[in-house]
Ligand binder design. Sequence first.
Ligand SMILES: Cc1cc2nc3c(=O)[nH]c(=O)nc-3n(C[C@H](O)[C@H](O)[C@H](O)COP(=O)(O)OP(=O)(O)OC[C@H]3O[C@@H](n4cnc5c(N)ncnc54)[C@H](O)[C@@H]3O)c2cc1C
Length: 406
Amino acid sequence: MLDVVDPPRKCDVVVVGAGIVGLATARELALRRDGIRVAVVERERTIAAHQTGRTSGVIHAGIYYRPGSLKASLCVNGARALYEYCEERGIRTERAGKLIVATAEDELDSLAELERRGQQNQVPGLSRIEGTEIREIEPHAVGIAAIHSPATGVVDFGQVAASFARDLAASGGSVATGCAVSALEPHGTSISVRHARGATRARAVVTCAGAWSDRLAVACGAPAAPRIVPFRGAYLRLRPERRELVRANIYPVPDPDLPFLGMHLTRRIDGEVLLGPSALMVGARDAYRPWRVRPSDLASSLAWPGTWRLAARFRRTARRELRNAASRRAFVDELRRFVPELRAADVLPGPTGIRAQALARDGSLVDDFVVHRTERAVHVRNAPSPAATSSLALARLIADEAERWL
Ligand SMILES: Cc1cc2nc3c(=O)[nH]c(=O)nc-3n(C[C@H](O)[C@H](O)[C@H](O)COP(=O)(O)OP(=O)(O)OC[C@H]3O[C@@H](n4cnc5c(N)ncnc54)[C@H](O)[C@@H]3O)c2cc1C
């Protein structure tokens, strides 16, 4: 448990947001420099309350990402660093492995491209297997070919985030929860952070605000693009007596036009087997209940030209997502092509997360991590999956940016 603290009145760096990216960054800065004072300020009453605490917990190996992208290098390096960190701290991980399964001939080119990317990204242990070999790894799965990634694993990212917060506290830093940041005001060699308990003066600020990452950044003069548009990701879970249907991770060949990895089956570190997530655009950045609408969030999505361009381009995908949201049977049918024994009666409602998806003005979904700078502030504008996996490596990059003001 963290002590409840107020933000200090003065410090060296304020990090906005106690998700895994903010906590990893605060920890990195605190460990880099002796005597530096780093304060994290979080709106919710607990850390990891949004994306970080709502994942399926997959430590991605780095297969999907365009070679040369930030995601490619930070995921491979971040996963390595995360396994080492968890081992040092006694946080349980499991290198359970993963199959990316093609079920139709027209997916084979995309599967080959994924394999090529994975090799170029130097993902350890990657191999291509035939359809007949799938059952040796996942006895209930079928397909015509697959990529096997033995380095993919699982962890509880909430535990990792809590451990980062403890490291920060041990280095003299603090985490203040229940304290929303409302404005950042640079004044020459310092910047004032206005929050629910007053103000903190710092030399630099880093915003890692997840689904709200565009708000403070744009208010500070960063470009309007990308805009965050929330996508609700709902999971189902297997009934305990049917968990034997999935040993580890079974993923589809993703749609190359979308940055989402597609609906998959994942055995979490606690043994629960999750199915999903769906990807439905919603009317609030915290729409954990699908019908929750916040007028300011909805207006922000609708006023963005990219939203309309995206909707026009992906009409078919949107219809499928709506069907999956409305019908458990349709949701399960999507996954039955990988595990034919799966039945609608095997599943129960599961957890839900909201993806902070960055959308460009032209309607393209921004794939790579994006960081912007304004006066005395660094803003993480896009940190979607695999940012939890990559957090230790991403934190180094963000800390490099923030150090220019220290
Ligand atoms: C359904 C789902 C499944 C996922 N699965 C995986 C996975 O298996 N593996 C993986 O690597 N990644 C996964 N991801 C992605 C991963 O969760 C995110 O990339 C990562 O958690 C981002 O961390 P973050 O710290 O940037 O954001 P968050 O965890 O969302 O934290 C942002 C924080 O900022 C706070 N905040 C916002 N505005 C303010 C303000 N004004 N003042 C104070 N605080 C503020 C919020 O309250 C929040 O706590 C998944 C994401 C989702 C949604």
